[in-house]
Design a protein. Structure first.
Length: 482
């Protein structure tokens, strides 16, 4: 697979070759090294990156949408591979799917609904993280049930613990493969059906996997053993639809408002209602499935994942629905006692926001982005981005990424004082999937391809050539002939 870095190296070789053929032999003594050395340095002198940090679930570690590290790309020139030094690789993804890519140190996983020989197949795909090459594909089942045009049957993002990969396909069930592509187990979904389809992604916790299936028939939150698929618990939910992904938190620590409260793990489900009635944010015990607390007042349609920061759960739901900040140390129905602040409108229909450094960033489906103070909800600034949005916000190195449905990528500063646009790039392809970030790289899925985008590697010239190794006219002629 040819990459822009390979193209740059080739151009350098051709440039040196042209100088030699032009008779600039004096330059040869001062050349840094042979052409092979230049190519090797281009390959290894990439921008500084941390040790590979897995983005192994929907919106990364803790489902909060923020990645560690520095030197992430801010702006690039479109989606074309040729001549684009920011695009490390680009791979065509057959079929239809809006699941986000997830990462291990060496691999990348996503799902798609392929169509071949007159049949649809729900498929798990593994790619090489460094090259973008497809390592393996596993078709698991035919799609089941109805779905919405912007949803599809492959919208839930997979989860991986680095050894096993878990993929949910709604009514078709939950599947487990290892990272080498070997099948391990499958769990039936039961009597679930939803006219707009399913999109909740699996979440991992210690040896368990959690999955939410809210439907117009049976609705439940369940826990399974990662190693075997055995159901550990299953809690019935009074909801006819929720497309959110549960959020795992540890509440009761590092919060002045909760001083003295014991730290405890909680599984937060944002919203879920029935027949147009208001929904609720519900906290569950991840080990038993028992309800811990509940706050009513969300929209009856909840897609965004809840956020957690500074001892508060942030719920957003509905097209211009409520935004609610909840102190996470209660028990029972805490609607009247634990709401820290509430805005009756402003919540997005689909995109999940970000909670960063005491600030809440919210992106509406219509492109309105706003920044609120997390402590009291006060609006700090508001701006409008170009286009409509389905993908959720993600962040790294003080930069926030917003990807529109037409593939416009806006990067703005995670700042409280004002909106500052840092970069704007156009992919010229439809995009509904939320990007992944890791180790200075942005992994962006469109409806056609998966891109790995990074800052270009610097070109560094060695000071001393290898002894007795000189480029020859024959090599120069061969390079020009390529």
């Amino acid at each position: 697979m040819t990459t822009p870095r390979h193209n740059i190296a080739r151009l350098l070789r051709i440039g040196f070759a042209a100088l030699l053929l032009a008779g600039c032999e004096r330059l040869d003594a001062n050349l840094p090294d042979t052409f092979e050395l230049v190519v090797a340095k281009l390959a290894r002198e990439a921008p500084p990156r941390q040790q590979a940090t897995p983005w192994g679930e929907w919106r990364g570690g803790g489902l909060q949408g923020a990645a560690p590290g520095v030197n992430y790309p801010v702006q690039w020139s479109g989606h074309e591979l040729a001549g684009n030094e920011h695009i490390v690789w680009s791979t065509e993804i057959n079929g239809l799917g809006h699941s986000s890519p997830v990462l291990t140190k060496d691999s990348l996983f996503l799902t798609t609904d392929t169509f071949q020989a007159g049949e649809n197949s729900l498929t798990l795909v593994c790619l090489d993280r460094q090259s973008g090459g497809v390592r393996w594909k596993r078709a698991v089942a035919a799609p089941k049930g109805n779905t919405h045009g912007k949803n599809g049957h492959a919208s839930a993002t997979v989860a991986t613990n680095g050894k096993l990969v878990f993929a949910s396909f709604g009514p078709a069930g939950l599947y487990c493969f290892d990272v080498a592509g070997n099948f391990h187990w499958h769990v039936e979904a039961g009597n679930i059906r939803q006219k707009w389809g399913f999109a909740s992604s699996p979440v991992l916790y210690q040896d368990l996997l959690f999955l939410l299936n809210d439907s117009q028939a049976e609705s439940y939150l369940a826990a399974y053993e990662q190693s075997t698929g055995r159901q550990v618990w299953k809690t019935k939910r009074e909801s006819q639809g929720s497309w959110t992904t549960p959020l795992l938190i540890t509440a009761g620590e590092k919060s002045a408002e909760q001083s003295g409260a014991p730290a405890r793990s909680q599984l937060i489900v944002n919203g879920g209602g029935a027949d147009g009635a208001p929904g609720a944010v519900t906290s569950y015990d991840p080990r038993t499935g028992a309800q811990i607390w509940r706050v009513t007042g969300t929209s009856d349609i909840a897609c965004p994942t809840a956020l957690y920061a500074d001892g508060r759960v942030i719920s957003m739901s509905g097209g211009n629905g409520p935004i609610i900040a909840i102190r996470a140390n209660g028990s029972g129905d805490v609607t009247k006692t634990h709401i820290a602040w509430r805005h009756p409108v402003g919540g997005p229909y689909v995109p999940t926001g970000l909670a960063l450094e005491g600030r809440l960033f919210v992106l509406s489906d219509g492109g309105r982005v706003s920044c609120h103070r997390l402590s009291d909800g006060e609006l700090l600034w508001r701006e409008r981005l170009r286009g409509n949005f389905t993908a959720s916000l993600v962040a790294a190195d003080g930069n926030i990424y917003a990807v529109s449905e037409t593939g416009n990528v806006s990067v703005f500063a995670a700042a409280a004082d004002k909106f500052t646009l840092l970069g704007a790039s156009r992919m010229h392809q439809r995009c509904l999937a939320t990007p992944a970030l890791a180790d200075g790289m942005l992994f962006l899925r469109t409806t056609e391809r998966l891109f790995c985008i990074a800052q270009p590697a610097p070109v560094s010239i060695a000071s001393t050539p290898r002894e007795n190794e000189q480029p020859t006219a024959a090599i120069a002629q061969a390079e020009l002939a390529e």
